[in-house]
Write a protein that binds this ligand. Structure first.
Ligand code: ARG
Length: 562
């Protein structure tokens, strides 16, 4: 495909002597179409050419000769370039239709990236607070894959820690196997909540919990069997949610798995003289005053969450030899990861620089708390099912005879929740709002999915499409604007990859969908004469392909009808 920025850069390199790469960086996309498709601010040449930017722009305009553009204009210090419409449309359409994976690259070839995401906790609810890690992690993984990386999706299960002592003690005291089997997480959560209440009144209950945790650590048969059962029934519930979301993991190696390596890690930390004794505990201090000390071994001898993470990082390097090791975890664990990476560096592991914490903001719910202690918790599964039901209601109003309504409601309802989550910059908090999420006309998943389905239905009605067409027959600006958005897609994918930011893609899909709808509402397609109909149909086909690819990168399906 033609690279217009590159063409401009080499034209100006000839005229000014400034390196093409440097010029390329400076080329802008003007905010208004009347100012051209690309613009070059000429300030940077003023020094070299000893003239005012306004004069430079004028000079250059007069000197440049190129038939790549329909118009080159100087406006003040800017040089504006107008791409030839038919040229652009032909370029982009033929590229999209001939390329299996338009927008992809192979820059990741031979490199492995591990993604630690979702990372739910056993015997605790998979609540709406986990949505972000789950969908951002999955989308980033798709984006990396699309760029040739070998990816490993890891659900670092929270299946270890003193809270399992509480679970075991609680189960022994008032657990009901039958009840738990029927409704595992809700019942296990009740046990946990009841027992922590009891602990507040009766100190000895804390000792019982500690004793059960010790048994678990020592491999006591009953403790391990119960723990394994908790894990099985929890995973069964979690997997229901992953299935709804269409997400698969390559590994469920969690904290219990890593706990096997904890003794080795502590030994290594001692040998490397990194541990400091403090009030019976062993801690790590950092050279950087901004990083607070961290406890590694508590005074009672148990090791902490971060030790398992050190062990995990070392294991991942050994086992996967990662190029990047990415953790998609909420902003509240920022300090934890800063400490973790600093410890790895202190231990002398150069790969600490390849570890990244991809943070994100909160989901705010009106009047709802996400605390598990109080037992008021919003289960993600309930939210997803609600989304499916609400979508079914909308479909029943819009098109009650739609075939395959169940499956389509699932795709659209789930897609809506995922899209809303990925639509804003990940670091921002957002408020979950049903009306906004499911609005078919808003900047939403259903809107993008619907635009795509509309395209599919046009193509179906059209039957076979003649490929040998003359794009110069297309002269509406809506066609050009749509082609331009499709042209920009690969660059947006690249940006999303570099910034670890799926929202770049989500936003661009809305832009494409809007341009498509304008095109569709302005330009007749099927009723036109062949000369116009076929090139327009090819543009529709290209649009459908890009929207589907983009939705796929976000982890959202594309129903043919809705
Ligand atoms: N299970 C943890 C939680 O729910 C998240 C784990 C994140 N990953 C990690 N390697 N620490 O908060």
């Amino acid at each position: 495909m033609k690279d217009y920025k590159q063409i401009i850069a080499s034209l100006l390199n000839k005229e000014s002597g400034v390196a093409a790469e440097e010029i390329n960086e400076l080329i802008e996309i003007p905010p208004e179409k009347s100012m051209g498709d690309y613009a070059l601010p000429c300030f940077f040449l003023a020094k070299a050419l000893k003239k005012s930017p306004v004069m430079i722009a004028e000079d250059l305009k007069n000197k440049i000769e190129s038939n790549e553009f329909s118009k080159i204009e100087n406006k003040g210090p800017y040089l504006n370039f107008f791409v030839k419409s038919e040229d652009l449309i032909e370029n982009v359409v033929s590229e999209i239709l001939s390329n299996e994976n338009y927008g992809s690259s192979n820059i990741g070839q031979g490199k492995t990236v591990t993604f630690d995401f979702s990372s739910t906790n056993i015997a605790k609810p998979f609540h709406i607070g986990h949505l972000r890690s789950t969908v951002i992690g999955n989308s980033l993984r798709n984006i990396f894959k699309f760029n040739g990386y070998n990816t490993v999706a890891i659900n670092y299960l929270g299946d270890y820690g003193t809270q399992f002592g509480v679970m075991l003690a609680a189960y022994k005291l008032f657990g009901d196997k039958e009840k738990i089997s029927q409704n595992p997480i809700k019942e296990l959560l009740n046990l946990y909540v009841e027992y922590t209440k009891l602990q507040e009144e009766d100190e000895s209950k804390k000792d019982d919990a500690r004793a059960w945790f010790k048994k678990l650590e020592d491999g006591d048969k009953e403790a391990v069997e119960l723990w394994t059962w908790f894990k099985e029934i929890s995973l069964k519930e979690f997997n229901r949610v992953y299935k709804l979301l269409g997400i698969e993991f390559d590994s469920f190696d969690g904290e219990a798995f890593s706990s096997k390596f904890v003794d080795d890690v502590i030994k290594e930390l001692r040998e490397k003289d990194i541990l400091v004794k403090s009030d019976g505990a062993e801690i790590i201090e950092f050279d950087d005053d901004n990083i607070p000390n961290v406890i590694i071994v508590k005074s009672n001898g148990t090791s902490t969450y971060i030790v398992r993470d050190i062990a995990t990082a070392l294991y991942r390097k050994r086992n996967y030899d990662f190029f990047k090791n990415i953790y998609v975890v909420g902003g509240e664990q920022k300090l934890h990861f800063t400490q973790l990476f600093a410890i790895l560096q202190k231990m002398g592991y150069d790969f600490s620089k390849d570890c990244e914490h991809i943070s994100f903001g909160l989901i705010l719910l009106k009047d709802m708390r996400l605390s598990t202690r109080k037992g008021q918790v919003v289960f993600l599964e309930d939210v997803l099912n609600e989304a499916i039901n609400k979508t079914m209601e909308i479909i029943n109003q819009r098109d009650p005879n739609l075939e395959n309504k169940e499956e389509i409601s699932r795709q659209v309802g789930i897609g809506a929740v995922i899209f809303q989550d990925l639509y804003s910059n990940r670091i921002k908090d957002y408020t979950f709002d049903w009306e906004e999420t499911l609005n078919f006309e808003g900047e939403t998943g259903p809107y993008v999915q619907y635009s795509q389905a509309r395209g599919v239905s046009i193509l179906e009605k059209a039957g076979e499409i003649k490929k040998d067409v003359d794009f110069s027959k297309l002269s509406n600006e809506e066609e050009k604007f749509l082609a331009q958005d499709l042209y920009d897609f690969p660059e947006k994918v690249k940006l999303a990859l570099e910034k670890r930011e799926p929202s770049v893609i989500a936003r661009h899909l809305v832009k494409i969908a809007k341009s498509f709808n304008k095109f569709y509402n302005t330009c007749h397609i099927l009723s036109e004469i062949d000369e116009i109909k076929y090139p327009r149909l090819l543009l529709v086909e290209a649009t459908v392909k890009v929207l589907r690819t983009g939705l796929g990168l976000l982890g959202i399906s594309s129903p043919d009808k809705m």
